[in-house]
Design a protein around this ligand. Structure first.
Ligand SMILES: CC(C)C[C@H](NC(=O)[C@@H](N)Cc1ccccc1)C(=O)O
Length: 622
């Protein structure tokens, strides 16, 4: 009997606090990672972005490793502890790699040995990816394990609270770590404080581990049942081989292709594999959702830069977790109960389908915003066109004749501009608020706010050469971005509503449909759909894009609608199961008590080890 509070096992308190600290650690570190690559290691944009994405992809590929370790070898509890230690060591290594004083022998404020810092930070990142990805499928499944059969309602609420903690942790850290980086610190010279920005996530990871260990005495711990993954692979391999051997029509058909393993493998194992495969098959279309979801951080961010408003980075990094924190309780307490009261069966797979449709709508909204933006953007000359600006500073009309081969454009970028008679210049200013022109002998200081995306020409009269700054006239060549960023809110709202329906439900579904000994494996399968979605985004970004951005958004929306139709058909044929019930039924059919069953499984495995040669297979077949 586990200790309870308000119907919930007390142990889950430690698990959700652990998740909060871990996500704080992960997202906090991620928020300053590209800045560290760019401004500390001095990598260019391309290298910094590629390594960042490779790291994120790795974080979503390692769950399968953690799940195998947990379900086949160490069990979830020990796997979480060991991999959290690896994770914390990774975070500390990463924080140490950002201390410039370690190699700054000449005390000029920059590291002297970049190889040292790069090697240390790469080691740190690999350990972090192993840790964060490895524990991810185990923590959610371990949380689920704390509930007993009569607590199914609380179990669903747990997954929502778990998701809230993920987003509360990520929200706080995304706000805090960039501020920490902006501080100055150092032993010999004062520099931007990366050690603090990476150090705080490292401390949070240690706290996360301590909190998890503190709950040790209260957890329900399930031991792994031998090397289950190896048994699963061998059983599937045998079923395929056996099916192939009996391909002739003279052999009677079997209900399921896995039944071809009946001759050699335990019925319970076969039943469990069938459950897992059924769910994994259902997951095939799911990466498409993440393909759209993950473009929040890329295409939508770029879209925001062509809009007006000053809160770009804050909006982008915090709007998703803020909406999650608002929408999860609204959905759980209001919308879902209301739908249920109306007599509608809003089953998990239906919720996930609706979630996909919301994501598709978000992209339609993004396309509409893009059309509005496109209306306001200037037309730039294409590779086969030229654009010419003629600045007439005389009071009368001038006739201009241009020879087709002559290049007339004289352009000067920057804030200091020297002018001479008969010369005119165009100043392209972006994000510059103060600048000065040397006009005659005098510096003319300007202080004005330039709109994002605007282009200005400053006309310095060539006829009058005096110290008169007033005579400089300003022409706005391109208007500042005028479509406000607030217009992106509907698309963020729609995609986050989709996330709540899709992702929170997917988390619950993956747990509830998995057999007891493969809970982490199915969680890892679920997380893998995210990894595949991320990889699709990378491929799409490499392959290039449609000439019109709005058309690309609509294409993605249509693809997701098509995928959600396929998914809803697959879901229609899916029958929800209670894995515990099926397991009990198989045991009953075999006339075995649970303990006897486990004994038999072990015996089967031992026998299996002995039957390595073909002869053995043939004998069991007879
Ligand atoms: C669902 C994901 C695979 C993983 C999950 N992510 C979230 O819950 C996001 N809403 C968090 C987030 C935070 C900041 C900016 C964008 C997204 C998780 O991290 O476990």
């Amino acid at each position: 009997m586990t200790a309870e509070c308000c119907g919930y096992p007390i142990s889950i308190f430690f698990i959700v606090v652990n998740e909060f600290c871990e996500r704080f650690s992960y997202y906090g570190m991620r928020a300053v990672l590209v800045l560290y690559f760019r401004y500390f290691l001095l990598w260019d944009d391309d290298l910094a972005t590629s390594i960042y994405h490779a790291f994120v992809a790795l974080c979503y590929l390692t769950p399968i490793l953690g799940a195998i370790i947990a379900d086949s070898w160490l069990g979830k509890f020990k796997t979480i502890i060991y991999l959290s230690i690896v994770y914390a060591i990774g975070q500390v290594t990463m924080a140490i790699s950002t201390i410039h004083d370690i190699t700054d022998a000449n005390r000029d404020g920059t590291p002297d040995n970049f190889t040292f810092h790069i090697a240390l930070s790469m080691l740190g990142l690999i350990l972090i990816a192993l840790g964060t990805g490895g524990i991810k499928p185990c923590v959610a499944a371990f949380g689920g394990d704390q509930f007993q059969e009569h607590q199914s309602r609380q179990l669903n609420t747990f997954f929502s609270v778990f998701y809230l903690c993920i987003n509360a942790g990520s929200l706080l850290s995304t706000l805090i770590t960039p501020v920490l980086r902006a501080q100055e610190c150092g032993i010999h010279t004062q520099q931007q404080c990366y050690p603090l920005a990476f150090g705080v996530p490292a401390v949070l990871m240690v706290i996360s581990l301590v909190v998890f260990i503190a709950g040790s005495g209260m957890y329900v711990k399930t031991d792994p049942e031998g090397n289950i993954m190896w048994s699963v692979c061998k059983c599937i391999g045998f079923a395929i081989k056996n099916r192939f051997r009996h391909r002739s029509s003279s052999y009677p058909k079997r209900e399921h292709w896995m039944d071809w393993a009946n001759e050699k493998y335990d019925k319970l194992l076969i039943a469990q594999i069938k459950m897992v495969l059924k769910v994994l098959f259902l997951y095939i279309p799911l990466p498409m959702f993440w393909t759209l979801f993950d473009q929040k951080g890329s295409r939508w961010t770029l879209q925001a830069t062509t809009m007006s408003g000053d809160f770009v980075s804050i909006l982008i990094s915090t709007v998703n977790p803020i909406l999650i924190l608002t929408l999860v309780p609204i959905m759980d307490r209001l919308i879902f109960p209301l739908i249920q009261k109306c007599g509608l069966n809003f089953s998990p797979l239906k919720r996930m389908t609706v979630g996909m449709l919301f994501a598709a709508m978000a992209f339609v909204s993004a396309a509409l915003v893009q059309i509005e933006i496109d209306k306001t953007l200037p037309n730039f000359p294409s590779s086969s066109e030229s654009q010419l600006k003629v600045v007439n500073t005389y009071s009368t009309t001038l006739n201009v004749t241009i020879s087709p081969n002559e290049h007339l454009l004289i352009e000067s970028f920057g804030v200091q501009l020297h002018t001479s008679k008969h010369t005119y210049s165009t100043i392209s200013c972006m994000f510059v608020n103060d600048f000065s022109l040397i006009h005659g002998e005098q510096w003319c200081e300007f202080s004005r706010k330039f709109g994002f995306g605007a282009s200005y020409t400053f006309l310095i009269p060539s006829t009058v050469f005096s110290d008169d700054c007033e005579s400089i006239t300003e022409v706005e060549d391109m208007k500042p971005n005028s479509v406000h960023m607030a217009l992106q809110i509907p698309q963020y709202f729609l995609i986050t509503t989709g996330e709540v329906m899709f992702s929170v439900t997917g988390l619950q579904f993956s747990y509830s449909q998995a057999p007891k000994n493969m809970k982490s494996v199915l969680q890892a399968g679920w997380l893998c759909t995210n990894a595949v979605g991320n990889i699709i985004v990378l491929i799409v970004a490499e392959l290039g894009k449609l000439p019109k951005q709005w058309a690309e958004y609509l294409l993605f929306a249509s693809l997701l609608v098509a995928v959600s139709i396929i998914f809803s058909i697959m879901a229609y044929f899916y029958t929800y199961i209670d894995p515990a019930e099926i397991e009990a039924q198989v045991r009953k059919e075999q006339g075995l008590e649970p303990e006897e069953m486990e004994k038999e499984t072990l015996e089967m495995e031992e026998k299996d080890e002995d039957q390595k040669n073909e002869q053995g297979v043939k004998q069991t077949k007879i």
